[in-house]
Each structure stands twice: as structure tokens, then as C-alpha cells.
Design a protein around this ligand. Structure first.
Ligand code: P6P
Length: 342
């Protein structure tokens, strides 16, 4: 009897490709190569405790964050694998100040890959789930001189052709969308394949979980404090107080809320005058996850409107982020944009 192992990610991508008349296979090839990079990262993350790859390198990245060795490794794996695929005109990484050029010896393509190679790095050596976040745009002008490509990269999230993440935890899971729903795959190390485990993910319209770092309370404005207080206030009719869950790893917090429902918040705060809009990055974190949650029936806001509609001004632009169950994010937005007073 045919012991089918289930639908592999490659089979799923090919099915999606067949449903797009204009598809040439270039995108499927691109995503498959990114998946190989994620498998390599997953292997290192899962054995990090056994080899000297834990801990910081002593360097500091563009975000002025202590660079962990696995950060450097993950960033290098993705860049070195993706630059020769022949489907990209450039890349942007959370770890790199500027756009990453495709070396002249490799063919270029029409796609742009933006990624956070290993989000949640502060959790690396305490065995908490971490992840890779990616977003893929297309450009109509792939031959634009590299010095002028940034204008092709700074597209609103509504223009993303694909987005998703890999979460390296108790198992390695890939969640992605190309605009036809959200699908999750679990890596089976014994066969080295991602198999469909979460078809057509839908986030509950309203949740019971709120995720925020309340250690930043004193740095929030009054609207933010009132908004967080709302989720903590007892009210039987609206199922409050919500439960607090905060891992400090965006991919882990987002993934839990995507499956169970709830809201993740990283509000603007006055903790670091250089980062008045909060900590999270529009291009490599907020936009890709906003596409995923939108496709799963949820919502992502910067407190005043849809994240996906923000016109990016710079590659490492930060924004406040409220993302998850639609009704919860709309409630948070009402507080922050002052459309609501209780
Ligand atoms: P804080 C990890 O460094 C990260 O970028 C996200 O993964 C996470 O959600 C956030 O920072 C945690 O930040 O300030 O609460 O420690």
C-alpha cells in the first residue's frame, strides 16, 4: 500500500503554480531554495547547544543589537544560497545596513527578498523558539542600477507576492502565503521534508490572549496604558481579562496567537529616543506577518491604520505593531487613534 507521507511543501507549491497561468516556475524555485536555507539553519539551531555556536560574537548589527553567532550564520546561509538562484535583483536583511547586491557572476531576476534571518536572537541560548521571517516582492524594473533599486524595494505590504516564517522550536514549522490562504508545514527530520500539517490556517476573529512587554509600561503614553488596561480589566461579556502570554520572540508569540487567537503588541515607547516608533521593523517583520495574518482573516495595524498600506520611507523603518485577531486589533487601534474612550 502506498504509505503516502502527506503533501510536501514542494507538491503544495507546484499545485499553487499550476493554478497561476502566468507562473513560470521561477517563484517556486526561489521559495524552494529559501526552504533549503531554512533546513540548514534549523539543523544548526537544533544542535547549537552541542557546538560552540552559542553566544554573542561581540559584534553589533545595524539595529545596534548584540549579534549572536547563530544570527551571523543564518544571515550568511540565506545570502549565500539565495544570491545564485538567478531569481532575485537584490535582497534586504535585518542584519545588514544596506541592500544586498547580487554579484555580477550570478544571473538576476525580478524578485526582491527581504528577511529577518533569525528573529528572537536574545532567546537563542536559552532554548526558546526563534525564527526566520521573509517577504517577497516583484519588481517591473529588475535592471534598475543597484544604486537606485531601493525605490523598487520600498513597496507597501499590499504589493507582497509572498510572505511567511520558519519557527525553530520543539519542531521546525514553515508558515507561508502567496495570497491564496495561509498554510503550515512541519519538518520531518527523518525524511528532510516539510509536510502539510496546518492547511488553510484561520485566526479566530477574537481571542483571549494579549502579548506585550509590560516592563515598558512607564515608557508608554496614556492611550497605550489605557489600551493595555482594557485587555486586563474584568468584563464577563467581552471575555476579559485576557490571558497574558509573552515569549519575547516575535515569531513564537505571533504563531501561538495565529493558531489560538489573540493580539500581539509592540507599542511606540519612549524607552529609546532613537526608536520612538517602537522596536519592530516594517519591511522585514511587520509587513510579512501582516500579509500572513491578513490572509488568515486577522488584521495588523500601526495603531492608526493597516500596516500593509504604509508607504515605506526607509529600509529599516520601525513602526508600532498591533497584530492578530481582527476584533482585538481593531479595539487596540480605537484606543491608540483615540476613536474610543471608555
Ligand atoms: P523586548 C527579538 O529581539 C525581537 O525583535 C522580537 O522577536 C521580539 O518580539 C521583541 O524583540 C522583544 O522585544 O523589548 O520585549 O525584549
Amino acid at each position: 500500500m502506498d504509505q503516502r507521507v502527506g503533501i510536501t511543501i514542494t507538491e503544495h507549491l507546484l499545485r499553487e503554480q499550476r493554478e497561476s497561468p502566468e507562473a513560470t516556475g521561477a517563484f517556486t524555485y526561489l521559495l524552494n531554495e529559501l526552504i533549503v536555507a531554512a533546513k540548514v539553519i534549523s539543523r544548526e539551531v537544533n544542535k547549537a547547544g552541542l557546538v560552540d555556536i552559542l553566544g554573542a560574537t561581540g559584534d553589533v548589527n545595524i539595529q545596534e543589537e548584540q549579534v549572536q553567532k547563530l544570527d551571523v550564520f543564518a544571515n550568511r546561509v540565506i545570502i549565500e544560497r539565495m544570491r545564485h538562484v538567478g531569481q532575485l535583483c537584490c535582497m534586504g536583511s535585518e542584519e545588514m545596513a544596506d541592500l544586498i547586491e547580487i554579484p555580477p557572476q550570478f544571473p538576476k531576476g525580478n524578485y526582491i527578498l527581504l528577511f529577518d534571518p533569525l528573529d528572537g536572537s536574545s532567546n537563542i541560548d536559552v532554548n526558546v523558539s526563534i525564527g526566520t521571517i521573509f517577504g517577497i516582492y516583484k519588481t517591473e524594473s529588475p535592471d534598475t542600477d543597484f544604486d537606485f533599486l531601493l525605490s523598487e524595494v520600498l513597496q507597501p505590504g499590499t504589493k507582497l507576492v509572498a510572505a511567511g516564517y520558519f519557527i525553530y522550536g520543539s519542531s521546525t514549522i514553515m508558515v507561508y502565503t502567496t495570497g491564496n490562504g495561509v498554510h503550515g508545514f512541519t519538518l520531518y527530520p527523518s525524511i528532510g521534508e516539510f509536510l502539510l500539517s496546518h492547511p488553510n490556517i484561520r485566526i479566530p476573529e477574537k481571542g483571549k490572549i494579549y502579548s506585550v512587554n509590560e516592563g515598558n509600561y512607564r515608557y508608554w503614553d496614556e492611550k497605550t496604558k489605557a489600551m493595555v488596561e482594557y485587555f486586563k480589566t474584568k468584563d464577563k461579556e467581552t471575555g476579559r481579562p485576557y490571558t497574558s502570554r509573552y515569549v519575547g520572540s516575535l515569531v513564537a508569540d505571533f504563531h501561538r496567537n495565529l493558531l489560538k487567537g489573540g493580539i500581539f503588541m509592540y507599542p511606540a515607547d519612549l524607552k529609546d529616543p532613537k526608536k520612538p516608533a517602537g522596536k519592530l521593523r516594517l519591511m522585514v517583520e511587520a509587513n510579512p506577518l501582516a500579509m500572513v495574518v491578513d490572509q488568515a482573516g486577522g488584521y495588523a495595524s500601526d495603531g492608526h491604520g493597516p500596516v500593509l498600506e504604509i508607504k515605506p520611507q526607509e529600509l529599516h523603518q520601525r513602526i508600532p505593531l498591533y497584530i492578530g485577531s481582527k476584533k482585538d486589533v481593531e479595539m487596540a487601534e480605537a484606543f491608540i487613534s483615540e476613536k474610543l474612550t471608555l
